[in-house]
Design a protein around this ligand. Sequence first.
Ligand code: ADP
Ligand code: ADP
Length: 218
Amino acid sequence: MATYIVLLGPPGVGKGTQAKILSETKKLAHISSGDLFRENLKNQTELGKTAKSFMDKGELVPDDVTIAMIKDRLSRPDCATGAILDGFPRTPAQADALEAMLKEFKGSVSAVPFISAAENILIERASGRWTCKAQGHIYHEKFSPPKQAGVCDFDGSEIYQRDDDKVETVAKRIRVYLEQTMPLVDHYRKAGKLIEIDGSQSVEQVTKALFDALVQQT
Ligand code: ADP
Ligand code: ADP
């Protein structure tokens, strides 16, 4: 049976960082809706142009567009054994759509780690985040700087600060998260799939908490 793990949590809490570690260890594809949108932006596709106006304002891209993009990604062969979903679903409609598409692929959501931390931590993390242009590797100017300033350790590409990581936009994204994504916490708790993780700890401690909890759940 395929393993689909949904990482839930506010912007900046560390979902992408943990998703990359989980994906390598568990040999599962890492699907980040934000990375997919940014790839479309870079390639100037129609989807990228549509997404940009919402992303710049810190709002969610409409459900229909987002769901179609994820369905297309999940249909690829590297997701046959499952995937780590990072940043999707973010609304109840997206969660319902995910359930329906996984049913089609003869699977279901296995576990939902919910990583949380106080708002000041989220702002500090997101506003100090640097992202690699080529593949989205994640750095922090204070907590996990690259070996050489401005250059990705893994692929040598340039690292940059995302436009939507400005303090005002991060604050807006947190509000949007509280309004539109928080209902999913209850949804997955009721389904018996939620695993609560304290995201205020170090990267290593969060990884350990995640792995310990997932051993029992998946
Ligand atoms: P973070 O988790 O750090 O908030 P992401 O990279 O996941 O950031 O998302 C960046 C932006 O991309 C979001 O603010 C939103 O505009 C868009 N986005 C990403 N995932 C979704 C989604 N599932 N539904 C709608 N919009 C999304
Ligand atoms: P998300 O995908 O939830 O928006 P990221 O994984 O991109 O979050 O992390 C946001 C920022 O915080 C990045 O700069 C990352 O290096 C840093 N970070 C992630 N986890 C931790 C942690 N546990 N402690 C300190 N900094 C962290």
